[in-house]
Design a protein around this ligand. Structure first.
Ligand SMILES: Cc1cc2nc3c(=O)[nH]c(=O)nc-3n(C[C@H](O)[C@H](O)[C@H](O)COP(=O)(O)O)c2cc1C
Length: 488
């Protein structure tokens, strides 16, 4: 039943892929032929506003593994993943993975933390990536590496993988209910926010001192930075007006500018959001309906309050104008949240265990994200923009990637899930080698199901390392207990 949509692996010819796109009525252009380095568009270096050269147009998106130690240090599994980021050949490493600025802001007890006690090992992580990259590609000169700084806000689980310990900015009528938040749970106070701002600045100082080129002030996926942007109903200095909802960002930026001269700043942004989705008939996702007293859904930043589930980029554009005025010229665009509308940000054929069957052909989601990013890129030619959610394109990823970069719809193609199953994909595309089809991510979502059930993340279906791990057997047992249709 998942499977009213044709699988990409079966669309083997240009004609069949083009025909399917046409049948969906979406705008998803692609090049028929992909040109390798040195002439291909994906191999062309990018020089940013600050004069820094980035050697090609592939970006590794932040991908955490729920596999750090309890005290916030990387484990062998974390080192292995970062080594793979290095051997991918991508020249822009966006964040590595979500790294908490303080213990109670972790999304899970095994999330990395950037503290005085952990920074030495996080430096080793970066050096491992650089060494691997240099060993394969000869030089690290044109590699740009950032660290993603995060506080997980509403989705903190710092002590127990199954227990939320949320820090919220406002009461959200749907999310509070879906995630069983007690009505009396206090909001983060303005004073606590001020302390947190200071911690982000300290974290940025540490990141700079251990050699990161930039920090990402994460504003996506429902985590704290993103929640500020929709804190329309919050009273006081950090809610309500656009100015107040962006005060958190502006204060961190101002602190970093004075404490860390020379450190670049990037922002990963959910460019739009939708209401939460939940499994309805047959397990297929459907938006939860909600209207406030004015008949609106006013909680989706970049979404249309009058027509929930539609994109409206007015405030997103205003936010990017603000970034530009703050001299932030690195923006990574994503969407929604993995917790309440995962199909927006990582279109998949198979849902994770806490998800729902795709409410649309996943290619529709890919096209939405590509076209939203292109529209934003059109407004901000001087901001280096990275697009996300290309993995679902699978065999056709190189063709779409080349088109969007060649025509300036985006500057960099971000790779998330694909890099777990097939880290060498960018190097193979640039080298003009045929893709290793059996390593192409088919979006089984095991990399999400595993951590949702307390296991480390990784590509269990395709990466030999995880395939034979003890966790693979555990995951198999876990998956026996749910089928997509039973998600309702
Ligand atoms: C296992 C897993 C871990 C992720 N970790 C992070 C993270 O630490 N920070 C972040 O911003 N996004 C994270 N993401 C989202 C990805 O960066 C990316 O946006 C998403 O997978 C869509 O891109 P793709 O289609 O190439 O997979 C994660 C996604 C997955 C599946």
């Amino acid at each position: 039943m998942t499977h009213i949509y044709p699988r990409i692996a079966r669309l083997k010819t240009v004609a069949s892929f083009a025909e399917h796109i046409q049948s969906l009525g979406i705008n998803l252009p692609f090049d028929e032929e992909v040109i390798p380095a040195p002439d291909g568009p994906l191999a062309k270096p990018y020089t940013g506003q600050d004069g820094r050269k980035i050697g090609n147009r592939f970006c590794i998106l932040p991908m955490e593994g729920w596999d750090g130690t309890r005290d916030g240090n990387p484990s062998e599994l974390t080192y292995r993943r970062w080594r793979n980021f290095g051997l991918s050949g991508a020249k822009l490493i966006w964040g590595g993975e979500a790294t908490a600025v303080r213990p109670d802001g972790r999304a899970n007890p095994n999330q990395l933390m950037i503290l005085d006690e952990t920074m030495g090992n996080i430096e080793n992580l970066r050096l491992t990536l650089v060494d691997e990259h240099r060993a394969h590609f000869g030089s690290q000169e044109d590699l740009l590496i950032g660290l993603q700084l995060t506080h997980s806000g509403r989705f903190c689980r710092p002590n127990d993988k199954t227990r939320l310990e949320p820090k919220i900015l406002y009461h959200h009528p749907l999310l509070d209910k879906i995630f069983n938040l007690p009505a009396e749970i206090p909001l983060l106070s303005d004073t606590e926010i001020e302390d947190l701002i200071a911690e982000f600045i300290s974290a940025a100082k540490r990141a700079q001192s251990i050699g990161f080129d930039f920090v990402d002030l994460k504003h996506c996926h429902g985590y704290l930075g993103h929640e500020f942007l929709s804190a329309y109903s919050r009273p006081g200095a950090y809610g309500g007006s656009f100015e107040n909802r962006t005060r958190f960002l502006r204060e961190i930026v101002s602190g970093i500018r004075s404490a860390c001269p020379g450190l670049l700043i990037g922002v990963r942004l959910s460019a739009y959001d939708f209401p939460p989705f939940s499994p309805a008939e047959g397990g297929v996702g459907r938006a939860v309906t909600f209207q406030d007293s004015n008949g609106r859904y006013p909680y989706a930043f970049g979404g249309d309050p009058e027509r929930p589930g539609q994109v409206k980029l007015d405030e997103t554009i205003q936010f990017l104008e603000l970034l530009e005025s703050l001299k932030i010229n690195l923006v990574n665009l994503t969407a929604g949240s993995p917790y309440y509308n995962p199909h927006t940000m990582r279109p998949a054929f198979f849902p994770p265990c806490d998800g729902y069957l795709p409410p649309e052909d996943p290619l529709v989601g890919v096209a939405r994200n590509i076209n939203v990013a292109a529209e934003l890129k059109g407004h901000f030619p001087n901001i280096a923009m990275i697009g996300s959610s290309y993995t679902y394109l699978q065999d056709w990823l190189p063709n779409v990637a080349q088109y969007v970069v060649r025509t300036g719809m985006i500057d960099f193609v971000g790779l998330g899930r694909m890099v777990l199953s097939y880290p060498e994909l960018p190097a193979d595309i640039l080298g003009g080698r045929p893709l290793a089809r059996r390593r192409i991510c088919r979006t089984f979502s095991d990399c999400t199901t595993a951590p949702r059930r307390g296991l480390v993340s990784g590509c269990y279906p395709l990466d030999e390392f995880y395939k034979v791990s003890p966790e693979a057997e555990q995951l198999k047992q876990i998956k026996k207990t749910f089928s997509p249709e039973s998600l309702t």
